[in-house]
Design a protein around this ligand. Structure first.
Ligand code: PEP
Ligand code: MN
Length: 263
């Protein structure tokens, strides 16, 4: 169902009147974790000022250590929804459990399935059974074929509003948190008809690499770029080393515009 061979036309996913996959590049930005209404609102104001429509934020955080901040759960989704309503933004947030899919429909405009859950087949099937766009992230050690099959799981249940997100894979290289597999972008565009995003934050884990990798992603044909932004990354409850603060984010967007790759 997701194969380009069978369905040559691009899938365009429309989220709150904003199209993804129509040839115009988009940005998704927001904090790693939702921490408070005020924190999300500060980021939302910056998005609004830059004309960006897609607000991300994690409410259910799949953390490597059980002792790290696990997210605010449903309360976090409520914060995202309230802020997004005030600033007319669309909400993208990760859901980690099939039992939470129905509940999430009230709060989010896009269900994110994270790297750690790319092969959680019950979650994929649950997301495939509802009428809500899904952003599916590539697994930490998933091949492109496995990634495409995960999308197929969602589509097979009836939901064709799927967007793929390359977020780096695990390799022996330690200079970056993960290795951004940039060639996955044109391969996914060739093999599927789905929009393809690149998450520059989790792939690099390095603030200094966000701009060059975002440029590379757009130059190679990604439909959009995801990046994390926090009002004060130094005190962020997760991913403190790699989130941009708001002035850095504004600089990031203006540099992308200047590059001519993002309009
Ligand atoms: C995220 O986007 O919040 C996240 C946890 O990313 P990933 O699933 O790609 O690690
Ligand atoms: Mn993060």
């Amino acid at each position: 169902l997701v194969s380009r061979k069978k369905h040559p036309d691009n899938t365009i996913v429309t989220i709150k009147k904003e199209a993804v996959g129509d040839g115009k590049q988009r940005l998704i930005a927001g904090p790693c974790s939702v921490e408070s209404y005020e924190q999300v609102e500060e980021v939302a104001k910056a998005l609004k000022a830059e004309g960006i429509k897609f607000l991300r934020g994690g409410a259910f955080k799949p953390r490597t250590s059980p002792y790290d901040f696990q997210g605010l759960g449903e309360e976090g989704l409520k914060i995202l929804k309230d802020v997004a309503r005030k600033y007319d933004l669309a909400v993208i947030s990760e859901i980690v459990s099939p039992q939470h899919i129905e509940m999430a429909l009230d709060y989010v405009d896009v269900i994110q399935i994270g790297a750690r859950n790319m092969q959680n087949f019950e979650l994929l099937k649950a997301a495939g059974s509802v009428d809500k766009p899904v952003l599916l992230k590539r697994g930490l050690a998933a091949t492109i074929e496995e990634f495409v099959n995960a999308a197929e799981y969602i589509h097979s249940k009836g939901n064709g509003n799927i967007m793929l997100c390359e977020r780096g894979i695990r390799t022996y290289e330690k200079a970056t948190r993960n290795t951004l597999d940039i060639s996955a972008v044109p391969i996914l565009k060739q093999e599927t008809h789905l929009p393809v995003w690149v998450d520059v934050t989790h792939s690099t884990g390095r603030r200094d690499l966000l701009l060059p990798t975002a440029k590379a992603a757009l130059a190679i044909g990604a439909d959009g770029v995801m990046a994390e932004v926090h009002p004060d990354p130094a005190v962020a409850l997760s991913d403190s080393a790699q989130q941009m603060d708001i002035p850095q984010f504004k600089e990031f967007v203006s540099n992308l515009i200047e590059s001519g790759l993002y309009k």
